[in-house]
Design a protein around this ligand. Structure first.
Ligand code: ZN
Ligand code: FE
Length: 241
């Protein structure tokens, strides 16, 4: 395990993620929507940046990209499907493509639902999933451009990854997601224990993420939905919660 992922809190409740391969020192940043704190985090980690990875086109994930790129002069990698509305891409990727960072090799997983071109990056070395606005801890992204069926299938793809996978998502939404999760799944003991841990972390000023996929499968009401129709019902309920 040479790859590590560290959250960089930006904007109101977003996370950019700093990836570092300890074998080679290769470093990448995921979703650098605010250049100043991201550049500071990169400088602190050694001042090297090998790549910028983008999960989707929303401004709260992309806005700082050009400034960070010009500072470190590194390639930007994002979804081919959305290249017309992403910052200029040097590497336009699609489902199954490889992304290299030093000795670590990641895989692109397309998950339409929140946006049509949303992608995730999964690095088996370090069991790291960059899930953007598809999978949150205790939640999932809103269906802004896709159907419930698409999002259900997308979440199924992520749920099939190894249980040890660290879910590195794009937002610190866990506490508010917890209120909803408890309302629809009040008798879930694992959920209560999970929420207690989250509250402790947040009270101590710590990020609640990454979470571990095997735990999310037990507590996340969107991953627990057995079929697309039940998923659609839970998603609709959350939209009005
Ligand atoms: Zn988004
Ligand atoms: Fe977002």
């Amino acid at each position: 395990m040479t790859l590590s992922a560290t959250p960089v809190p930006i904007l109101t409740d977003n996370y950019a993620w700093l990836l570092r391969d300890s074998n080679t020192g290769a470093t990448a940043i995921v979703d650098p929507a605010d250049a100043a704190p991201v550049i500071e985090a990169i400088e602190k980690a050694g001042g090297r940046l090998d790549a910028i990875l983008l999960t989707h086109h929303h401004a709260d994930h992309t806005a700082g990209t050009d400034e960070v790129r010009s500072r470190f002069n590194c390639p930007v990698i994002g979804a081919a499907a959305d290249r017309h509305r992403l910052p200029k891409l040097d590497d336009a990727v699609k489902d199954g493509d490889e992304v290299r960072l030093g000795d670590a090799v990641g895989r692109v997983i397309e998950t339409p639902g929140h946006t049509r071109g949303q992608i995730n990056f999964f690095f088996p070395d370090g069991d790291i999933l960059l899930s953007g606005d598809t999978l949150f801890s205790l939640g999932c992204g809103r269906l802004l451009e896709g159907t419930a069926e698409e999002m259900f299938d997308s979440l199924r793809k992520l749920a099939a990854l190894p249980g040890d996978t660290q879910v590195c998502c794009g937002h610190e939404y866990t506490e508010s997601n917890a209120r909803f999760a408890l309302s629809v799944d009040p008798d879930n003991k694992a959920l209560h224990a999970f929420v207690a841990k989250v509250e402790q972390l947040r009270a101590a000023g710590q990020p609640s993420v990454p979470s571990v996929l095997a735990e999310e499968l037990q507590v996340n009401p969107f991953l627990r939905a057995p079929d697309a129709a039940s998923f659609a019902a839970v998603r609709a309920k959350k939209d009005k919660f």
